[in-house]
Design a protein around this ligand. Structure first.
Ligand code: SF4
Length: 398
């Protein structure tokens, strides 16, 4: 851990990052709000259900912003309030934060400004306040329309709350809405999933992020499966639900632009896409990650008490890693393979001149197994390849 050291933006000093960054100059801001009303059984994000530090939390974020701001001078292209549950905070606190952002960096015209929200928090006055602050995108944690599943996952809200919150967001004409969904769980039948998908595509939302349920270590879900009180997650069911999602996206003519993300045409999410495009971003708050767009990645301490105490002493409390050229290239492969466009072979050859020669045989093998498709100078995952994307990516990495 390094305390108090300062990240300085340098001229492009890393070959791969320079080549990747020629088109990408704007930066994103991520703010982590680590408070939740209850602990979802599958969650391995940094959060607490306690309220200690909650009332003064934005003051600490602003103080951290001050400590970091000399290295981040340009207006933000995207701002993303994630967590945790940012919608748990009163409007007055979020307004304080946005006033500070406006005074310091400001936003580029057309910036995407997202807040993650849980359905039970959506109220008319909140929506109006968020709009007035310049928030133009809500990412709603619907997860499921099955109350049995929501209860089993220890979510606070019920399906009815999701329906009502979407109706409210639609009625106020909120510019952009994402729906988060989880598929393939022990509790979700194929019929439930079909019902959820039909609703989601017709709900008025312009974006869906859909994730296969995973049992991360240290979660209640993992422990219950390990103890045998819950059956393991079925890979066959997950594959089936993923295929159903694909079919529905194709039927509705949505843009399935990344393995877990799909949108109406023209509504791709900018903030997450920028992570995949190697753009720099600053992360504020406990556990938040930052990347300088070249080779330095750092992550804040994932502990609210230590975070707050460090900030009160005027210190940044983080760990840092310097990425080498192989790591950067592997990340380029990983992120680009997840996209509908795939990996540009000419760009890959420019970044790592020997990679293509060495990988020709592997690419041919993966194509013969119908995991990869070669099209107009790009390699892309097929449907089967998407289901085994970790394996395919590992095979191609340096
Ligand atoms: S609301 Fe989100 S961040 Fe909080 S515990 Fe549930 S999944 Fe995790």
């Amino acid at each position: 851990m390094q305390k108090g050291s300062i990240l300085l933006k340098q001229k492009c000093a890393n070959q791969i990052a320079c080549k990747l960054r020629t088109l990408h100059e704007l930066s994103g801001l991520y703010i982590h709000i680590p408070f939740c009303k209850s602990a979802c059984t599958y969650c391995n994000f940094h959060f607490t259900t306690g309220s200690r530090y909650r009332d003064s939390f934005i003051q600490h974020i602003i103080r951290e912003y001050e400590l970091q701001s000399h290295a981040w001078q340009e207006p933000w292209d995207t701002v993303y309030l994630g967590g945790g549950t940012p919608s748990i905070l009163p409007e007055s606190q979020i307004e304080l934060l946005f006033r500070h952002i406006a005074q310091k960096n400001g936003l580029v015209p057309g910036a995407e400004v997202t807040i993650e929200a849980n359905p039970e928090d959506i109220q008319p006055q909140k929506i109006q306040a968020w709009l007035a602050m310049g928030i133009n995108r809500v990412s709603l944690g619907v997860q499921s329309l099955s109350d049995t599943e929501l209860t089993a996952m220890n979510r606070v809200h019920r399906a009815e709350d999701s329906l009502k919150s979407l109706a409210l967001l639609n009625a106020t004409g909120f510019p952009s809405v994402n729906i988060d969904l989880i598929y393939g769980s022990q509790w979700l039948s194929d019929t439930d999933w079909e019902h959820t998908l039909k609703w989601a595509f017709d709900s008025g939302a312009d974006h869906i992020s859909a994730y296969a349920l995973t049992a991360e270590t240290n979660t209640k879900l993992f422990k219950d499966i390990s103890k045998g009180t819950l059956p393991p997650i079925s890979e066959e069911k997950q594959a089936k639900h993923f295929e159903m999602l694909h079919e529905m996206a194709a039927k509705s003519q949505w843009d399935f632009y990344e393995i877990s993300n799909l949108s109406k045409p023209g509504y791709r999410a900018k903030h997450n896409s920028n992570y995949w495009k190697n753009k720099p971003y600053l992360g504020l708050g406990p556990s938040a990650h930052s990347y300088d767009g070249q080779f330095t990645r750092r992550w804040n301490i994932a502990d609210n008490k230590q975070y707050v105490e460090s900030i009160e002493q005027g210190l940044l409390n983080f760990e840092e890693e310097i990425l080498n050229e192989s790591q950067l290239f592997n990340e380029f492969l990983l992120t680009n393979l997840r996209t509908v466009e795939g990996v540009s072979l000419s760009l890959a050859a420019k970044l790592q001149p020997n990679w293509l020669d060495k990988s020709q045989h592997t690419i041919a093998e993966l194509s013969n197994k119908h995991f990869l498709l070669q099209e107009e100078g790009f390699i892309k995952l097929t449907m089967q390849g998407k289901l085994l994307s970790d394996y395919v990516t590992r095979e191609l990495m340096l």
